[in-house]
Design a protein around this ligand. Structure first.
Ligand code: NAP
Length: 292
């Protein structure tokens, strides 16, 4: 399909650049180190942690996978985070979300050393993104979306970007990132959400539509204008008896009806997903570089 934005191929390109940077850091005696903390045994979280750990190893990073039982207390978890904050071999720390219900996730995020917060969720990094301070860490999925657009030669400056969704993980940071007054920014951004009126009218005004709502096939052909660029962040499970897992993953966009109208579009899977992990690796290398 000529208008498909291939996230796997673009992620591979990111890895080529990262490998060069990693060997430069190693020649200076620094091996970028990433610690991924998993609490409990949610299968989806376990799979995410496994793929992050695997990619760290493939790239030759120092990778630590900390698997803690569901019963881990807030105090125990904070103590482990403190240890990782102090560990000079660790440059990036990620606590896999969502943690068990008895854990106060916001307090855990605040306990992270902002210089090691490669997920970009610490208030210091949120502030740095809002202020346009390049030393901060931007959440991986928004960063991946921006990189997909840049690598696909999509014109961002002056374009009207409509972001569907206002979460702290995707919607808000991607809006902040694309409106920044720097290269890869300068867009005119509209953020829509579940209380927005006349949604199809708003989304049809987008040159670039970013869907991040978590509703399978929500964005239909009449939400999209001819020749728009469509980035589908959604990952939703729908029942599929033909798949051995009993389900398959689909996006927030009804791909089959939207793709023929779009100038370019990301598939699910194989679009934004691979870029999220690539940007985690990139943020970890950045953290190691900034530690010098
Ligand atoms: P979230 O925290 O649940 O936020 C969803 C947002 O969508 C909210 O702002 C909500 O509005 C809005 N929304 C929900 N239903 C809507 C509707 N019918 N019309 C308009 N807006 C609606 O989700 P999230 O964490 O941002 O994730 C969104 C999707 O991206 C999920 O499918 C998730 O799995 C996926 N995701 C993918 C990656 C990746 O690597 N590809 C990474 C992260 C997330 P209100 O604020 O008004 O409630």
């Amino acid at each position: 399909m000529p208008n498909l934005i291939d996230g796997r191929a673009i992620a591979e390109k990111v890895y080529v650049d990262l490998r060069t940077e990693i060997s430069e850091l190693k020649s200076k005696g620094v091996t970028p180190g990433l610690a991924v903390v998993l609490i409990g045994d949610d299968p989806a979280s376990r799979a995410y942690v496994r793929s992050k750990d695997k990619m760290s190893r493939v790239l030759g990073l120092h990778s630590v996978k900390l698997e803690l039982p569901e019963s881990t207390s807030q105090a125990e978890l904070l103590a482990r985070v403190e240890e990782l904050n102090r560990d000079p071999a660790i440059h990036g720390i990620l606590v896999q979300s969502p943690p068990p219900k008895h854990i106060d996730e916001a307090a855990i995020v605040r306990a992270l050393d902002p210089a090691k917060d490669v997920d970009g969720f610490h208030p210091m990094n949120v502030a740095k993104l809002a202020m346009g301070d390049p030393t901060g860490f931007v959440p991986c999925t928004p960063l991946g979306v921006q990189r997909l657009l840049i690598e696909s030669n999509v014109e961002i400056p002056g374009s009207h970007v409509v972001v569907l969704g206002r979460s702290m993980i995707v919607g808000k940071p991607v809006a902040l990132l694309l409106m920044q007054k720097v290269k890869g920014g300068d867009a005119t951004v509209t953020v829509a959400h579940s209380r927005s009126k006349n949604l199809p009218e708003i989304t049809r005004s987008a040159d670039i539509l970013i869907a991040a709502i978590g509703r399978a096939y929500f964005v239909k052909a009449d939400h999209v204008r001819e020749d728009a660029v469509v980035i589908d962040v959604g990952i939703n499970r729908v029942e599929d008896k033909n798949d051995k897992r009993g389900y398959r993953l689909v996006g927030d966009v009804a791909f089959d009806e939207v793709a023929p109208k779009a100038k370019a579009i990301t598939p699910v899977p194989g679009g934004v997903g691979p870029m999220t992990i690539a940007m985690l690796m990139s943020n970890t290398v950045k953290a190691a570089r900034q530690s010098l």
